[in-house]
Design a binder for this molecule. Structure first.
Ligand code: ADP
Ligand code: DP6
Length: 403
């Protein structure tokens, strides 16, 4: 009861971004604790463009834990939500809510139920890692509400990992490493920040959302099948990734875009080769994805050095990294080869930051038709409709409280 005897409600709201791996996680050594076969490195995306915002409330009036995602109630019965909430409740502390003066004890948290309301500012379950943003946000917000202080650095990331492996990296901003760890209990399998986002202030990220009717194999089951059947996966995890992690950390610390770009493309390509090496083979990329690879590779070759780098997760969408100074040139190439479908607005086709459109001097659809052919591009053919839209973004901050 509140101090005046009335029922009360205490809430916290936080936001957490999505992330994209540049050295990929693919394969678990422990399915329940979600422990990976190799370390991975990702970049956290600007929460203004791709994030989850979650409000968690508790009240003695609530009789069950419940979740509303994008205005619809969804079940919390899945093992992943259950284990995150259990790990959080086990660590809950005595808290006094500053706004209401309500005191909640460690003991109370065992019985109090949570209402979780979350919204994503980008498409959910569309291959843009909403699960990473969503689980990172859920864990961060509940931890704030329950006054949880980490007993070792990275403890919260070990809980977010139980929701979805890649979620552990979304707690931090900038470039983040998920250390695979060695321990059987997973206490050393944590996310560690490598570089703050402002250290890469001049990096731009263009996400090409590829139109796809095909239903993809989920990351969770795809990687299980690869672990069981792909010899390349085991070779990659043991022999290739450890070296690449070291090289990527070095490239990041030197701010060496050229090495970063080569490693990023090589790792994406090897991850997809691993999928092809799985039995039955898994095809996440489609013809449009391969055309985007061709576009970047041709550009890099014609300039004699990496201008941009691509990476693809478990789906056909491309994520392209480019230094700010070349961002307009990248957008030029993408819009030339993949003009928007007939009748679409420019602001629905290029979303997120308008900086690159401005750099290119484009403010209406007709401007795209008059774009000159980039020197290395093949003649324009009918690329209309292959891309659903583009998101222009940049590296950003990790999870943070909204109040
Ligand atoms: P994606 O490619 O977007 O990660 P998935 O199908 O792998 O797609 O994951 C989507 C699932 O992640 C949702 O069905 C839901 O269970 C969970 N999820 C997504 N966003 C949130 C959120 N904001 N809060 C809690 N869970 C979320
Ligand atoms: C290709 O984190 O979605 O995006 O741990 O089973 O939830 P679960 O898988 P998930 O896998 C992500 C795979 C990837 C690469 C990456 O993000 O590192």
């Amino acid at each position: 009861m509140g101090t005046d005897g009335s029922a009360w409600i205490v809430s916290r709201t936080a936001r957490a971004p999505s992330n994209i791996a540049v050295i990929k996680y693919w394969g678990k050594r422990d399915e329940d604790l979600i422990l990976p076969l190799n370390s991975s490195i990702s970049v956290t995306l600007d929460p203004n463009d791709l994030s989850a915002t979650t409000t968690v409330s508790t009240s003695p009036d609530f009789d069950a834990d419940r979740l509303w995602l994008n205005d619809k109630e969804v079940s919390l019965s899945s093992h992943r939500y259950v284990s995150c909430l259990k790990e959080l409740r086990d660590r809950a502390t005595d808290v006094k809510d500053e706004k209401t003066g309500i005191v909640i004890t460690k003991e109370d948290w065992k019985h109090l139920k949570l209402h979780i309301v979350s919204k994503n500012n980008f498409p959910t379950a569309a291959g843009l890692a909403s699960s990473a943003a969503g689980f990172a946000c859920l864990v961060f917000t509940v931890a704030e509400l329950m006054g949880i202080k980490e007993s070792f650095p990275g403890e919260l990331s070990t809980i977010a990992r139980r929701g979805s492996g890649s979620a552990c990296r979304s707690l931090h901003g900038g470039f983040v490493k998920w250390e695979m760890g060695k321990r059987a209990d997973g206490k050393d399998s944590i996310a560690v920040p490598l570089a703050e986002h402002h250290e890469w202030d001049d990096l731009r990220i263009v996400i090409c959302v590829v139109s796809s009717r095909q239903k993809e194999v989920s990351s969770t089951s795809g990687m299980q099948e690869s672990v069981q059947t792909s010899p390349l996966l085991h070779y990659r995890a043991k022999e290739v990734v450890p070296k690449r992690i070291t090289e990527m950390e070095e490239a990041l610390s030197k701010r060496d875009f050229s090495s970063f770009a080569k490693l990023t493309c090589a790792d994406s390509n090897q991850f997809h080769a691993t999928c092809l090496d799985t039995s039955p083979p898994i095809f996440y990329m489609n013809d449009t994805s391969r055309r985007i690879i061709g576009l970047v590779e041709r550009w890099n070759k014609s300039e004699g050095s990496p201008q941009a780098a691509y990476t693809f997760d478990a789906g056909p969408n491309a994520v392209i990294f480019v230094p700010q100074k070349s961002g307009g040139a990248l957008l030029h190439r993408l819009l030339y080869e993949f003009p928007p479908p007939e009748g679409m607005n420019l602001s629905s086709y290029v979303v997120g930051s308008t900086e690159l459109l401005e750099a290119l001097g484009i403010d209406k659809l007709e401007d795209i038709r008059s774009l000159e052919r980039p020197i290395e591009s093949p003649k324009r053919d009918e690329g209309h409709g292959e891309l659903a839209y583009l998101i222009c973004t940049r590296p950003g901050n990790g999870a943070s409280l909204c109040e």
